[in-house]
Design a binder for this molecule. Sequence first.
Ligand code: AMP
Ligand code: ZN
Length: 469
Amino acid sequence: MIRIYNTLSKKKEEFIPLEEGKVRMYVCGPTVYNFIHIGNARPMIVFDTVRRYMEHKGYEVNFVSNFTDVDDKIIKKANEEGVSADEISSRYIAECKKDMEGMNIMPATTHPLATQEIDGMIEMISILIEKGYAYAVNGTVYFRTRRFETYGKLSHKNLDDLQGGNRSLLVSGEDEKEDSLDFVLWKPKKEGEPYWVSPWGEGRPGWHIECSVMSRKYLGEQIDIHGGGEDLVFPHHENEIAQSEACSGSVFARYWMHNAFLNIDNRKMSKSLGNFFTVREISEKYDLQILRFFMLNAHYRSPLNFSAELMEASKNALERVQTAVDNLKYLAECAATEELSAQESESIKESEVFESDFDRAMDDDFNTADAIAAVFDLVKFANTHAKEGSSRSFAQTLCGKIQSLCDILGIITEKKAELLDTEIEGLIEERQAARKAKDFSRADEIRNLLLEKGIILEDTREGVKWKRA
Ligand code: AMP
Ligand code: ZN
């Protein structure tokens, strides 16, 4: 039985799918105006792991995660570069997909793009207007928040408290709203912005309506799990609930899951504090498997602190698993006997406890920290029980068990053969030094070594440039 902490009830609840054997899951994706940062990577890794575990349990998972490809930040970046918003979003969607691949995040069943779903948004907004849940004023459409009686149920906020906190909005140019709690579903175009034609004039959708529409289109009116970072609980997810439930009249998502934030050196990550890392920057120094392993070492609802020391510790820990796997493969290759001895059969049975520990941890609201501890117990067991003289079957079975548990977590147990950017740059520097010292044979040796790894060097006037073949 899987138990999930539901933000709605603030309790762990038994997971019961809407349809037997199936999971319908929606996770809010990134706004694509730059490379994703390591904070954005946390929900991606967490919910990919939830999906993998559900699949391991035999569920067929329909996993939908959007890209928000129309937004103020995208438009700002496009204007700065003098290119279209489309060019910015397509560029960073492609880059995001590369980072996802590096972190071994499975592509979603569907990755809808907001700009491709505008018709559906216009349709949902029209329904909300018809039902009296929304109204248009001068080209803007607002959701009539107070009309949705259970507004605040996810964030456990009281409407009157919200009203107090929101009063400032009335003086900030939104005085055409009936109520300061009302939020935007459609906004009129501004000069130089992308726009679409709608019954309320040319404009673009608000952010919240995107997810309600994409979720309904690809998963249906009711879904099992809706996920995202904890900053999305209010107002984004509260507004999604209001829109979707006002439109359909039924419960939108049954389980709301939220990951806690990632901080850096115990401070909030921010560009202005200068402690901001993109996934791409991390990939220049570390195999992204280490980043994934690092993230899963904490429970998803606990705040996670990122630091160089913790990444080094993760690197060493992951290496321990990889070395054990390598060792078992070697023992299997060299084994003199094929079949399990009676004692080995006993040991294999004994090792099943680690697999049940793993499942028990994951069943308990996806406790990946305890699940990884179970993997280490199994690694330790394998290291002490498999030795020269073990049968091939014994080494292979233990190796397979470690690999399958790691696979559920999306962790690859093979050591990466590819060179990291920093290693390449180190070798290039060494080659330059060799050339300076007229040690041309060493310089050629390095060039050939890099070539073997698929790295092509080009000597230009600005220095040495390199690319992957
Ligand atoms: P955004 O592009 O800002 O909408 O963020 C995409 C996803 O990343 C959302 O689910 C956010 O909640 C999540 N997110 C953003 N920053 C962090 C962070 N520092 N730690 C964890 N999750 C984050
Ligand atoms: Zn969303």
